[in-house]
Design a protein around this ligand. Structure first.
Ligand SMILES: NC(=O)c1ccc[n+]([C@@H]2O[C@H](COP(=O)([O-])OP(=O)(O)OC[C@H]3O[C@@H](n4cnc5c(N)ncnc54)[C@H](OP(=O)(O)O)[C@@H]3O)[C@@H](O)[C@H]2O)c1
Length: 245
């Protein structure tokens, strides 16, 4: 299918894991992809090359407002317009709140919540000028369900839900849709570093009884980016094998 033909989709965190799977799926649907990376330059260049359609890779550190501004102005300069944004850049690191270092909390919130906000903020004005756009922010089931040791991560992702709902209401009249995509346990990226015992315990609560695959998150992302979701905004789409049900 070519639901994104002729469109430019920017993906922060496109160099690895779920973001990488989303980049590949967007390309299959005809999009030109701007692959945002922080450290994995080689992988990001490879993702862009495999995506073809004039796709490019650009560095960005979502914790740094100037870096984010530079990233989006280069993307606009190279592609002319941004039709879609996926914010997949994110980190996880666990620790019980009672002993969690403040620096660890700040790092997670600064990357996941503030970084998502900076990226969304940077595309709003160009999208408002075009009166069109779709934004998909990666959240997590941790935002909705208690997961001991993940208070900082959960707070950062819960903030994304509130941000998405509110921004969606602010820009709906400009033809811009803003949604959250909420993965459960996905066999890609950060889960590869998760302790097998934690995965086993979580899987016991997943009705489908298995991990999701990157592509199973990427396809719903394409749906939200495409006109198939033309009346969907301010929504949180759970892709979690029933974990949140
Ligand atoms: N995997 C899961 O099961 C799961 C479940 C729920 C939610 N999620 C969410 O889905 C998103 C992707 O997760 P993933 O598993 O694919 O993670 P991942 O494989 O670890 O990839 C994280 C991506 O974020 C980028 N990144 C990290 N810090 C950054 C920064 N400061 N500035 C710019 N980019 C940065 C990385 O770039 P470089 O590699 O280039 O440094 C990488 O491309 C995250 O938001 C995560 O919270 C994942």
């Amino acid at each position: 299918m070519t639901r994104l033909a002729g469109r430019t989709i920017v993906i922060t965190g496109g160099s690895h894991g779920i973001g990488r799977a989303i980049a590949a799926e967007c390309a299959l649907e005809g999009a030109r992809v701007v692959v945002g990376y922080r450290r994995r330059e080689r992988e990001a260049l490879q993702v862009a090359e495999e995506a073809s359609n004039g796709s490019i890779a650009l560095p960005v550190d979502v914790r740094d407002a100037e870096s984010v501004e530079r990233f989006f102005s280069k993307a606009l300069e190279s592609c002319g317009a941004i039709d879609g944004l996926v914010t997949s850049a994110g980190i996880v690191s666990d620790g019980w709140l009672a002993t969690l270092a403040l620096a660890q909390f700040d790092e997670i919130v600064s990357t996941n919540l503030r970084g998502t906000m900076l990226a969304i903020r940077a595309v709003l004005r160009p999208m408002m000028a075009k009166k069109r756009g779709s934004i998909v922010a990666l959240s997590s089931v941790a935002a909705a369900h208690a997961s001991p040791g993940q208070s900082a991560y959960a707070a950062s992702k819960g903030g994304i839900h509130a941000l998405v709902r509110t921004v969606a209401s602010e820009v709906a009249s400009y033809g811009i849709r803003v949604n959250a995509l909420v993965p459960g346990l996905i066999d890609a990226g950060m889960v590869k570093a998760t302790h097998p015992e934690r995965i086993r315990r979580t899987l016991a609560h997943v009705p489908m009884g298995r991990l999701g695959e990157g592509r199973e998150v990427a396809r719903p992302a394409v749906f939200l980016l495409s006109d198939d979701a033309s009346y969907v905004t301010g929504h949180a789409l759970f892709v979690d094998g029933g974990l949140g049900a």
